[in-house]
Design a protein around this ligand. Structure first.
Ligand code: SAH
Length: 297
């Protein structure tokens, strides 16, 4: 008998008590939790292939829902911890997957849950090395930030890889390169912390209920920069300011912090056009720009 079964006796009994108080415990999708059930085998396969799972992987899943991805992950990995906010869904997951030794279900909000603390008594599930999830789209930014951290405060724990099913438009922004419409502050902030790969596009009809937007699978591979930016906070501020008016030239967006002539000199050093906009500047150049501006000040 695994930890999961033991741990879920408590969960199960507390849930049954709750269930008795309510009549309707069906799994009708709830808008409030951005619930859209994946129903495409093809997309499931794409996700599993992208995750490159091995029998020694300890995987973290956010928002298992009815468990379509959960079921597909379990036989492939050493252990799987899934975090689901919806109590009724948890109750059903306990019923259908409660006997799996390598499965641990935590009921709660991923954004506020202290994962390390919650896993401290479950050695088999500690320190997951991969994330594989079809996440709630309304909190995509916050989930990515919790997984990767920020430029000035990178996450303490680093995952080998993070495969996510997300809104297509966000996927495009995460994987965008300079001079593209989708390239913006999010692209730079996330690409500073992880290599971002586009895996595939997913049509809205792959879900029930059908969301208003198309989706995409992306893979993020967190990395430690050999030469990190000297002043991470400055880089964050520059990115924010640089993209504050997207159509304006950088020198106009930066007017409050640096004289145009001085900025032109710095841009020349980086082989950048003095009339460039934030969207024309590569991540490496953003880092160098922040370093040069720091030396200047
Ligand atoms: N992975 C499932 C469900 C995706 S829908 C599938 O592929 O079909 C998103 C899921 O995330 C829902 O089950 C929803 O209840 C859950 N969820 C929403 N907000 C959450 C949060 N803050 N923490 C954990 N799970 C959350």
């Amino acid at each position: 008998m695994g930890n999961f079964t033991k741990s879920n006796r408590g969960l199960r009994s507390s849930m049954l008590k709750q269930q008795n108080k309510r009549k309707d415990t069906s799994v009708r999708p709830r808008k409030q939790f951005a619930q859209h059930w994946l129903r495409s085998e093809k997309v499931l396969e794409e996700i599993i292939t992208a995750a490159e799972l091995t029998k020694s992987d300890r995987v973290l899943e956010i928002g298992p829902g009815t468990g379509i991805l959960t079921r597909r992950l379990l036989p492939e990995v050493e252990s799987l911890v899934s975090i689901e906010i919806d109590r009724d869904l948890c109750k059903n997951l306990v019923k259908s997957l409660g006997d799996k030794d390598n499965f641990l279900l935590l009921q709660g909000d991923f954004l506020t849950l202290d994962l390390e603390h919650n896993l401290s008594s479950f050695s088999q599930f500690q320190q997951p090395n991969k994330v594989v999830a079809n996440i709630p789209y309304n909190i995509t930014g916050a989930i990515i930030e919790k997984l990767l951290g920020t430029i000035s405060q990178p996450a303490k724990t680093s995952y080998e890889s993070i495969v996510l099913l997300i809104q297509k438009e966000v996927g495009e922004r995460l994987t965008a390169t300079p001079n593209c419409k989708a390239y913006g502050a999010l692209s730079i902030k996330v690409q500073y912390l992880a290599d971002c790969q586009w895996i595939c596009q997913v049509p809205a009809k792959a879900f029930y209920p059908k969301p208003k937007v198309d989706s995409a699978v992306v893979k993020l591979i967190p990395k430690i920069r050999e030469t990190p930016v000297q002043d991470p906070q400055l880089l964050e501020n520059l990115i924010k300011l640089g993209f504050s008016s997207r159509r304006k030239m950088l020198r106009n967006n930066f007017k409050s912090i640096i004289e145009t002539d001085r900025l032109t000199e710095i841009l020349k050093k980086l082989n950048l056009n003095p009339q460039c906009r934030a969207e024309n500047i590569s991540l490496d150049n953003w880092i160098q720009l922040a370093n040069l501006l720091r030396e200047e000040s």
